[in-house]
Design a protein. Structure first.
Length: 254
């Protein structure tokens, strides 16, 4: 006697449905917050009807979604790295009129791109940008522990005991702050350069960790994310990642 198949086995599983703002973000059209504003402003329609709720379920494969009257399709995925100079803000717009990383990309003919992680205004170095929100989320989620390497100039000459304390960590404002690895790169008479590796990134993580030990940061440069190194990329310049670099970072964040 032939076994009976389960009733559901012949049915294709329905694709997961996400909120409209998330769908737009996953398509690489804009950021999640920008999508939420666009929906609430009445700029987005689904199957010809304006939708004002960013959380209303939508399906880009089965429904016609339009932004400002134009059909939305998945954008070509773009991945790039930029050498952020000190004093530049990682923001699409700044209420105080300061220069942003997007000023460095002006007139490049690129689609919307979001920063993959952050660097504060006083920090420099490797910043990733992409319109692939899923790839970006994997790189930045703490559970994936993607290493980020920094070269940090400090206002003292640290000894071995201090380096050990930085990896042991401190509790500051209820958060555990520590470095995965710390090494002395070079030192002068009054200051030194450290290489600090983090496998998670809290707000102003390195600055707060060092401040807890009464150490001031003179310069802070991110030189690598995972296996991707800043290399010889000039300050203020950017380039597209190669396919192999994108794949390597995907594997490191899996």
């Amino acid at each position: 006697m032939m076994a009976r198949r389960p009733a559901h086995s012949s049915r294709a599983k329905a694709a997961p449905r996400h909120g409209l703002a998330r769908v737009l973000s996953k398509l690489g059209v804009c950021s999640r917050s920008q999508a939420e504003r666009a929906v609430r402003d009445g700029r987005v329609s689904v199957d010809g009807r304006i939708v004002l709720d960013p959380e209303r379920p939508a399906d880009a494969e089965r429904q016609r979604i339009c932004l400002d009257g134009q059909p939305v399709a998945a954008a070509t995925r773009v991945y790039l790295m930029l050498n952020k100079p000190r004093g530049i803000v990682v923001s699409a717009a700044d209420e105080r009129g300061r220069d942003t990383v997007y000023d460095l990309l002006d007139r490049a003919g690129l689609p919307w791109l979001g920063p993959v992680g952050r660097l504060d205004k006083a920090s420099e170095g490797l910043l990733l940008l992409s319109n692939d929100s899923v790839w970006a989320a994997r790189l930045t989620e703490p559970k994936h522990h993607v290493d980020k390497t920094y070269h940090v100039q400090v206002d003292c000459i640290p000894d071995a005991a201090l380096l050990e304390r930085l990896t042991a960590g401190v509790t500051e404002q209820g958060e555990q702050l520590l470095a995965k690895r710390v090494a002395l790169l070079r030192s002068g008479e009054k200051n030194a350069w450290l290489e600090i590796v983090l496998d998670e990134g809290r707000n102003r993580h390195i600055r707060r960790l060092l401040e807890a030990h009464r150490i001031s940061v003179l310069r802070l440069i991110r030189v690598a994310v995972g296996s991707l190194a800043l290399g010889e990329l000039a300050k203020g310049q950017w380039r597209h990642l190669t396919a192999d670099e994108v794949i390597a970072l995907s594997q490191e964040s899996a």
